[in-house]
Design a protein around this ligand. Structure first.
Ligand SMILES: Cc1cc2nc3c(=O)[nH]c(=O)nc-3n(C[C@H](O)[C@H](O)[C@H](O)COP(=O)(O)O)c2cc1C
Length: 159
């Protein structure tokens, strides 16, 4: 089946999503995505989510319609849905990167690159910057061992 990549951003319904909420999302995501052959990355920046999903067209489509209806977030905005030529995010069924919970090195790098006038890291508007942030986040989490909020879904599900 044709594989595709879908990227969206959204805003948490809570001011800052709780650890329990994140753990629950990651637990479901790990199990479900592994079953359906979906890979990806979920970036959290304060109350903003940015997620990339790569996998079979039909499965990614079905997952996105569930995600859109999830009451834990709002203002879900599709950024891109395209046929996949290169797999960029196939390392994990789902991995969480909390931009405010990274070790100081990667956090400083991302803060310098993506900070807006208010001093917070915002999800960029332009698609090439979105890709750049996702790839930077992927590199940051690949090089960090993982913490309660910046870890593999597998780690989140066990602890
Ligand atoms: C920001 C965010 C990202 C999510 N990512 C995934 C995901 O990658 N995979 C997944 O199965 N569920 C994900 N979910 C959870 C789904 O929205 C949904 O709750 C879950 O798939 C269970 O759906 P069901 O209750 O209809 O079976 C996410 C939810 C949120 C709020």
């Amino acid at each position: 089946m044709q594989r595709c990549r879908l990227i969206y951003k959204s805003k948490s319904t809570s001011d800052v999503p709780s650890n329990d909420e994140i753990r629950d999302i990651m637990r479901t995501a790990t199990r479900h995505n592994a079953e359906k052959g979906i890979n990806g990355l979920l970036v959290l920046s304060g109350d903003r989510f940015l997620q990339v999903l790569e996998g079979p067209y039909r499965e990614v489509n079905a997952l996105f319609s569930r995600i859109v209806r999830d009451p834990r977030h709002q203002e879900v905005e599709l950024i891109t849905f395209e046929a996949l030529e290169t797999h960029y995010f196939d390392n994990w069924s789902m991995r969480l990167v909390d931009l405010y919970d990274l070790p100081s090195g990667p956090r400083e790098l991302l803060t310098k690159k993506y900070t807006n006038r208010n001093g917070s890291i915002t999800i960029p508007d332009h698609i090439h910057e979105v890709y750049s942030l996702l790839l930077d986040a992927k590199a940051a989490c690949a090089s960090s061992p993982g913490t309660p909020r910046t870890g593999s879904a597998e780690a989140a599900s066990t602890g």
